[in-house]
Design a protein. Structure first.
Ligand code: ADP
Ligand code: ZN
Length: 795
């Protein structure tokens, strides 16, 4: 136990200093409080064997019953006799977390600036924590008709109702004389309206999060008979039928694969911690190397964890692993609690030795961990965007270190941080340079063409979304009986609603972002908070001009393509239409079977899919997201284009990729078109180095969210000043503490957002400065602060 507590000074802080310690059987309990400390409790005799290290316990904390984990045992406490309380209960016969998981979570708390208790919460699937057995999920529904509900909403919050299609600004005029409706009433109205508008299966939790509410208004509405919570039976075989032809098992590896596998196998055989970067384009055979490395670990009686981005957990991936290994466990977010708990038990007992899943699968309690694979390691979904804000790739490194396991990071477009580590020799670089299925020239890479859209528009004498090349290539492919994928990273119909007179776009009243027009709903929708508006007759800003639909989203794209390629079937995949796993699977299956010929979609279709009949991939606009002021936006654009391009030419026929852009000479786009990662990395590194961004520094992004702007600004200023004062002690190794600046998403769900960016040399400096600012982080309803170490999402 010494090892754990000494990793950082964890203190059971005495509130008063007693002269002598009291003796007895005590445990230190980590609770999910924002403050990082442990608390002493007494172990009553009947619980002696159920409240040991790693056990879950229930205790009384601040007059509430709270669940925590025992992280230390001791025979004396510095608390006063009347202050120590007994543990209330201990539900499990066996510890839920072992020593190495305790150490890993302790590290997470240190590194990601959260409490040990919060880190422990994150590693356990919800159902194990609560121990309840459920085979259903809860969804929230209107208890009465849509009309009644909307009428009720109008009573509660008449403001919006009196001005259908109203937008901020106009609202004021429609304000009822009796003044503002109660904010609670507004919330009730909003919930009813949202449910009447989107006929979705929202879980109460998910909807509350979207709207920025607690669960309280849902419960009230339910008590009043306006909402009902329904249990939805979830299909047990959630992974779906494994249809399609079985995967051919390659007889021989390519020379590059041989070299890579040999290096990995050597480390697996030696039980040593070692990290590899397996760098190779899509289709170069990375997965085949993973599979054989896993087989090697299994031969030694060890287990393996494979992390994939959630969207890559497609039937294709599943089929591949299921076919090659017995007793693979697939974890995914749409599992029921019951399924998740069964899986956990199977894994813990050693019955299942291969686990495949997204981010949180990293914490699967496998027996004798030998290997962790992080596929598509550059994916941002590996970073959790709520506390603890851990990165699964980096946390995987730590877990592997603690358990003497091997890590393989795989990518065609490694994150610059990873590339840097490989260049510095911290990870061993293994490269797969060709596609094993190569039948055609150019290393089996598709032919990528960049289309200059400003020239295209000029030549066509009109603004256009489709170049002649793109149309021609698609038409040709379809006539030849091939398939086509068209990619656009933007949902909706016409994306923006823009005033013809003043040029303003219709903005969300709660968030600093524009609203998107969705034709199916016939409404403008905010993708962040689900605010909806009718199509405005007049510009809400100048109240003069007519509002016109501008831009192009996937919904509109689908419709246009249906018009252009009349005789062919077009399917769309984005999060608007893909509500469930079944939707996703059936759409893919229809495409695989050739029932649909054109697939249109967002990043959902950018990765992991392997369709041999696709010969043309079109990127409608490579520029989406390039101007967001995020220092990683070029990297993201590069990754996206490279990945999408990898969808073409995976079969016997050569592939063709058409990338449309208004920046045809931008280095990121040129490099992506050539699939030249090294050129991109070199160019991008220069810029990062000059401005001291990662990998040439570590960053901490502090975000202050406030209902009242001056309060937020004041706290942000205080944080900056504190960090700056402190940084003087670290002469030169805390590179920069920024002034508070408005977040790119300056308002979100009605809160003003200010950020501070800190750049420092290494972990030590980051930790030190975070320690200083953490005391300023108070948990208040009106003022929230988040500290994001190694931030990826800069919004
Ligand atoms: P990646 O994971 O890099 O995208 P995969 O491992 O999925 O690549 O391989 C792409 C395709 O090539 C798959 O259909 C796979 O079965 C096949 N393949 C992989 N290695 C070989 C090999 N050595 N010989 C023949 N085919 C192979
Ligand atoms: Zn919004």
């Amino acid at each position: 136990m010494q090892a754990i507590t000494s990793m950082r000074l964890v203190f059971s802080e005495p509130t008063a200093q007693p002269t002598t310690a009291i003796r007895g059987r005590f445990v230190e309990v980590a609770l999910p409080t924002p403050v990082d400390r442990v608390f002493d409790y007494v172990v009553p005799e009947p619980l002696a064997n159920r409240a040991r290290i790693g056990h879950r316990v229930h205790v009384n904390f601040a007059n509430r019953e709270v669940q925590g984990f025992v992280v230390g045992e001791k025979s004396e406490s510095h608390l006063l006799r009347h202050q120590v309380k007994d543990i209330l209960s201990a539900p499990d016969d066996e510890p839920l977390v072992n020593q190495s998981m305790l150490r890993l979570t302790r590290w997470m708390a240190d590194y990601y600036a959260c409490s040990w208790g919060e880190a422990l919460q994150a590693v356990l699937p919800a159902v194990v924590r609560t121990g309840r057995k459920r085979r259903t999920i809860t969804v929230v529904k209107l208890a009465r008709s849509k009309e009644e509900s909307l009428a009720r909403a109008a009573e509660l919050d008449p403001v919006e109702a009196q001005a259908p299609g109203s937008i901020p600004g106009i609202e004021k005029a429609a304000m009822p004389p009796e003044g503002k409706p109660d904010s609670r009433h507004k919330r009730y109205a909003k919930i009813l309206r949202t449910l009447a508008t989107f006929e979705d299966d929202f879980s109460p939790h998910h909807l509350a999060e979207k709207l920025g509410y607690s669960l309280a208004p849902f419960n009230t509405l339910r008590k009043q008979g306006w909402l009902k919570f329904e249990k939805l039976e979830v299909d047990q075989g959630a992974i779906g039928a494994l249809s399609g032809s079985p995967e051919r098992v390659p007889e021989a590896l390519t020379p590059d694969q041989e070299v890579a596998l040999a290096a990995i196998a050597r480390s697996v055989d030696r039980d040593e911690f070692k990290a590899f970067l397996l760098f190779g384009i899509t289709g170069s055979g990375k997965t085949e190397v993973y599979i054989r490395a896993i087989a090697r670990a299994l031969e030694h009686g060890k287990s393996a964890i494979v992390l994939v981005p959630e969207i890559a957990l497609t039937p294709q991936t599943v089929r591949r692993f299921a076919q090659r290994f017995e007793n693979v466990t697939f974890l995914h977010s749409s599992m029921t609690d019951g399924e998740r708990r069964d899986a956990w038990t199977r894994i813990k007992s050693g019955q299942s030795r291969v686990v495949v899943g997204p981010r949180s699968a990293l914490f699967a309690p496998v027996k004798d961990l030998g290997l962790i694979v992080v596929d598509e390691e550059h994916e941002h979904t590996y970073k959790q965007d709520s506390t603890p804000r851990y990165h699964a790739r980096d946390t995987a490194m730590m877990r592997a270190k603690l358990e003497h396991a091997v890590v393989i990071l795989g990518s065609a477009t490694p994150a610059l941080e990873t590339w840097h580590n490989a260049q510095a020799g911290r990870y061993e670089l293994l490269e797969l340079r060709t596609r094993p299925t190569l039948r055609n020239s150019n290393l089996g890479l598709p032919d990528v063409e960049i289309i200059d859209m400003s020239r295209e528009c000029h030549e066509q004498h009109a603004f256009t979304w489709f170049s002649r090349r793109m149309r021609g290539a698609c038409a040709q492919a379809l006539e030849d009986g091939d398939q086509v994928i068209i990619f656009l990273n933007r949902r909706g119909y016409h994306t923006l609603l823009t005033c013809e007179a003043c040029g303003e776009t219709v903005a969300c009243p709660n968030c600093a972002t524009h609203m998107n027009f969705h034709r199916q709903l016939n409404k403008a929708v905010c993708h962040y908070c689900l605010e909806t508006r009718d199509f405005p007759q007049k510009c809400p800003s100048c109240e003069r001009g007519p509002v016109k639909q501008m831009g192009m989203g996937t919904e509109k794209l689908e419709e246009e393509l249906k018009g252009i390629f009349g005789g062919f079937k077009v399917a769309r995949m984005d999060s608007d239409v893909m509500k469930t796993r079944e939707d996703y699977e059936s759409t893919l299956e229809a495409f695989r079977q050739g029932e649909t010929q054109v697939l249109v979609g967002t990043q959902m279709i950018a990765k992991g899919l392997d369709f041999p009949n696709v010969t043309v991939v079109g990127v409608v606009s490579a520029d989406v997201g390039m101007n967001l002021g995020d220092f990683r936006s070029f990297e993201r654009a590069f990754q996206l284009i490279t990945q999408v391009s990898g969808r073409a030419g995976r079969g016997e026929k050569p592939g063709r990729v058409i990338v449309q852009t208004f920046k045809p000479r931008h280095p990121a786009i040129v490099a992506a078109a050539r699939q030249d990662f090294r050129a991109f990395a070199e160019w991008e590194s220069e810029h990062r180095k000059l401005s001291q961004y990662p990998p040439y520094s570590r960053i901490v992004l502090v975000t202050v969210e406030a209902k009242e702007k001056p309060k937020g600004d004041e706290l942000a200023r205080q944080i900056t000043n504190t960090a700056r004062d402190f940084s003087r002690q670290f002469s030169g190794t805390i590179y920069d503490v920024s002034d508070p600046f408005e977040a790119p998403m300056a308002r979100l769900r009605g809160r003003h957002r200010v950020q501070i960016l800190i750049k420092a040399k290494g972990f030590r400096e980051v930790r030190a400065v975070v320690d200083r600012i953490q005391p300023l982080v108070k948990v208040q309803e009106k003022l929230r602060v988040s500290i994001d170490v190694d931030a990826l999402d800069m919004m």
